[in-house]
Design a protein around this ligand. Sequence first.
Ligand SMILES: [Fe+2]
Ligand SMILES: [Fe+2]
Length: 374
Amino acid sequence: MTISQYWNSKLFKVLFNLIKKELRNQIIFIYIRIDVCFNYYRSDKKLKFKCPECKTMYNLEDRKIPQNTNIKIKCPKCQFHLNLEDNIIFDNKNDNKKTNLKTKMLENAKALPPLPEVLMKAKEIMKDETKGLKDLADVLEKDQAMATRVLKIANSAYYAIKNPVSSIREACVILGGDTLMQMITLASTAKLLGKELLGYSISAGEVFSHSVFVAFASQLIAEKKFPSLAIDAFSAGLMHDAGKLILNDLMETRKDDFNKFVSTGLKIFQAEKRLFGFDHSEIGHDFLGKWNIPDSQTKAIRWHHEPEKSEKNPLAHIIHIANSMSLLLPEENTRDMDVCKISLGIIGLNDDEVVSIRFEAIDITEAIFHGFID
Ligand SMILES: [Fe+2]
Ligand SMILES: [Fe+2]
């Protein structure tokens, strides 16, 4: 074989590509090694990650992290191919900082308004077989502000079409316990979910309507595919982004970094993980657990962005789908919901069902929303 034949041969090209790939990997290794060597001379804003195979820890400065998702790196020590995103420990030099920051956040979150007493009592009544709708009406009538708000929601376009009501007692009898509980939950959380989130650049109206949409879309999906989960789906859907309320103040201090990460393609929860070591679903899960929200709901909230990590929790997949529906632009359709294809398969929703649930949830959200601001 002559030199020119060898140069043009397939074997040479394969070898050349292999060498090129290997060289590129080596450059990444050197890059990481240099960073590790200089680690002791730097103070903060580090992304710490651990090789799942050989357990070696590495540090990268925030500014040196490639600005895209699914960064694949070969461990310099054991050559294991790892996905950087999945192996982040925390972006600071001290592992404990993640726990400390989360604890501090949860302590500060105590400043958030507690769940109104009337909601707690109503939940107890619903659980108690010896009590009925009359007890529910008694509790509601003792809290006039809540009673007025519940009546306002009951007479919003969504509910009023079916059963217009003029008193709490009438509402109890005509609408029934489950629907009334839904209204009490909405009325109790409206103030909390009606907060502007400056750290995330989300207006108060957007937070509330997104939460209401996800609540009803989750409930509609559950009613179709997992009827026993419908009540949990509504409540978990309503509170799924509560973690953002807790992270908002901290996010305001890192808003520029956050916007930079998001503008380069990271999803909100991925950017939060890069900045703080945890995301709004994790802190929302911990916080709502302290509010005595049932495990069945908090577990679904924990994994609403990564339902594949939820040990096949159908509620996590349902909220993930409802959340993805909410993020679709008016002109987009189910084909643009690639992000939740796996969840759609697991829950068994087809394109037609997605379309009809989406439009129904949009109508309900608008009716409820106007019922609140009218
Ligand atoms: Fe979320
Ligand atoms: Fe959301």
